[in-house]
Design a protein around this ligand. Structure first.
Ligand code: ZN
Length: 269
């Protein structure tokens, strides 16, 4: 009896997912998909081991995800491409995607970059400036080389501390000094920002605008249009998959549905 109930429930769940997927297929969310990665590595090379395992996407899964995006007609752009198009300077491909990496891990250079390059894809890395050159993190030379090879460098503050709750002076230091440091070290003008731990509010967004940032990304799922507030862009988090490519597809579907039904979207007003 219990077994029948479970089968019945599973059937209903499948039916709902299928219906929603069908709906999304005929009413696709228009806009830019932004993906959020951290480590791209087969081995969890971290003393915290199982605690941080979810931040590691194995190279094979990452490659399969990129191939899937390509097969679905997605084309990679950078945040700056998006900002320019939003201001009417330049156009976007029909299905734009921005592949972002937070924190600035060295495997983004050794593992992710070759896989992106093989497919002619661009990417975006949000670095924490006080981590640059530390064990496991990107060096200045690697960052400059990545920039040359089609990766845009954005800022993820100086120390990776949540900004909400900090004094205004500390917030200013975190978002401004890190940007200056990047630019002094040969990184092109830094226009894009990622909130550490997704910690953000209207005042911090205002500070970013005043500090010459054009976009900032959160961890809320959804697609982005020119109506989305550029200081609260939605991003689809991609942790280590437990159910292969199906999980990846479901995460994108969830973002599409959130956009279609206006769930947790940060629209400009
Ligand atoms: Zn981070």
């Amino acid at each position: 009896m219990a077994k029948r109930m479970i089968l019945y429930a599973a059937g209903i769940v499948l039916l709902v997912v299928f219906s929603l997927a069908l709906y999304a297929h005929f009413h696709p969310a228009q806009g830019v998909l932004v993906l959020e990665y951290h480590h791209i590595a087969d081995r969890v090379d971290d003393p915290e081991g199982a605690l941080v395992e979810r931040y590691y996407v194995p190279t094979e899964d990452f490659a399969a995800q990129l191939d899937y995006l390509k097969a679905e007609g997605y084309e990679t752009i950078t945040m700056l491409d998006f900002s320019k198009a939003a201001k009417g300077k330049g156009t976007l491909p029909e299905k734009p995607v921005i592949v972002t990496f937070d924190d600035g891990y060295e495997d983004n250079y050794t593992q992710a970059l070759p896989l992106l390059e093989e497919r002619g894809m661009k990417g975006e890395i949000y670095v924490v400036t006080n981590f640059i050159g530390k064990k496991g993190y990107l060096t200045w030379d690697e960052l400059r080389d990545m920039q040359q090879r089609g990766i845009e460098i954005g800022c993820h503050t100086a120390d990776h501390l949540p900004l909400v709750g900090m004094s205004r002076a500390e917030q200013e230091d975190q978002v401004r000094l890190s940007k200056l440091l990047l630019e002094w070290n040969g990184i092109k003008t830094v226009f894009s920002f990622s909130y550490p731990n997704g910690s953000c509010n209207a005042e911090i967004a205002e500070l970013l605008r005043d500090s010459n940032y054009l976009t900032a990304v959160t961890g809320d799922a959804g697609f982005n249009t020119f109506q989305t507030d550029p200081m609260f862009l939605q991003r689809v988090n991609i942790p280590r998959p437990r159910f292969g490519l199906t999980e990846f597809r479901l995460r994108i579907l969830k973002a599409e549905l959130f956009s279609i039904f206006g769930i947790n979207q940060h629209l400009q007003h």
